[in-house]
Design a protein. Structure first.
Length: 238
C-alpha cells in the first residue's frame, strides 16, 4: 500500500517519509538531463531544424508519460527523423536553446560540499551531456551517441560497449555500477528525474525525486517538486 502524500510546502509533496533527512548521509546524486537538469528535450529541438519538431515531440511526450513502453524503439524512431541535421544545427540548439533549470547549480554545489558525487544519466545525447557535465562539474555521465558523418546526422545511434541505447534499465544499471564503484549501497543514492524512463533508477535509490514530472513519476516519487527550482530539494535535506 502506498504511503499517503503530504504537501510539505506549496509545490513540494512528500510521500513515505518524514523530513528532514541529512544530505551528508547520501554519497551520490543521479540526475536525468532533459527537462530535469536542463530546460529542453534536446531531441525535439534538434528536430525543429528539419521541420519535424511536432512529430518528434509527440513521440517524446508519449514515451515520457509511459504510454510508449519500449523507450529504445521510440528513441530510434525519433533519431531516424533527425537524418540530415548538421553539427551546426546541434551547436545552435546548444547555444540558443539549452539552459540549466533553476536551482541546478545551487543543488549540485550543496551536494558537492556535503561530499556527494554527481552522476548524469540521460536518454539524450553526449553532444549535450558533455556540455552540461562541464557547466556543472559532474563526475560521471552516461548518454547516447548520435552517428555523424561529414558533419551530418545519419539518423542512427552509435553502439557503445555497454549497449546501444541508454534507457531506463541502463540508467538503473549505471546507478548500481557507480554505487558499487564508490563502495556504497544504492540506498545511499538520490535519483532525480521527470519521465517514465527515470523510474527504474528512482526505484533503486534511497531517495527518489520527481522534478516538474509526468503524473506517473510524481505518484511514485518520495519527493515531488512541482513548483520552483531543483534546489527546493534542500528544503527536506539538512
Amino acid at each position: 500500500m502506498t504511503a499517503p502524500s503530504t504537501e510539505h510546502a506549496p509545490g513540494l509533496v512528500l510521500q513515505g517519509f518524514t523530513p528532514p533527512l541529512r544530505l551528508r548521509d547520501f554519497k551520490l546524486i543521479a540526475f536525468d538531463m532533459d527537462s530535469t537538469l536542463i530546460n529542453i528535450e534536446c531531441v525535439d529541438e534538434i528536430a525543429d531544424a528539419v521541420g519535424r519538431k511536432a512529430e518528434v515531440a509527440a513521440i517524446t511526450e508519449a514515451a515520457m508519460r509511459g504510454e510508449i513502453t519500449d523507450f529504445k524503439d521510440s528513441l530510434r524512431r525519433r533519431v531516424a527523423l533527425l537524418k540530415g541535421v548538421t553539427t551546426a544545427d546541434l551547436e545552435a540548439v546548444k547555444r540558443e536553446r539549452l539552459r540549466l533549470n533553476p536551482g541546478a547549480a545551487e543543488l549540485i554545489s550543496a551536494c558537492k560540499r556535503a561530499g556527494l558525487k554527481v552522476l548524469l544519466v540521460s536518454g539524450g545525447f553526449t553532444f549535450f551531456a558533455d556540455h552540461v557535465q562541464q557547466l556543472l562539474d559532474i563526475d560521471y555521465t552516461r548518454s547516447n551517441v548520435l552517428e555523424i558523418v561529414d558533419g551530418v546526422l545519419t539518423g542512427r545511434l552509435v553502439d557503445q560497449p555497454w549497449g546501444d541505447i541508454c534507457d531506463g534499465a541502463e540508467k538503473r544499471r549505471m546507478l548500481q555500477q557507480t554505487c558499487a564503484q564508490l563502495g556504497i549501497t544504492t540506498q545511499q543514492a538520490i535519483a532525480m528525474g521527470d519521465g517514465a524512463n527515470d523510474l527504474p533508477m528512482m526505484g533503486e535509490a534511497g531517495l527518489s525525486v520527481a522534478y516538474h514530472a509526468k503524473p506517473k513519476v510524481r505518484e511514485q516519487a518520495m519527493v515531488a517538486i512541482n513548483s520552483g527550482g531543483l534546489d527546493r530539494l534542500l528544503e527536506v535535506l539538512t
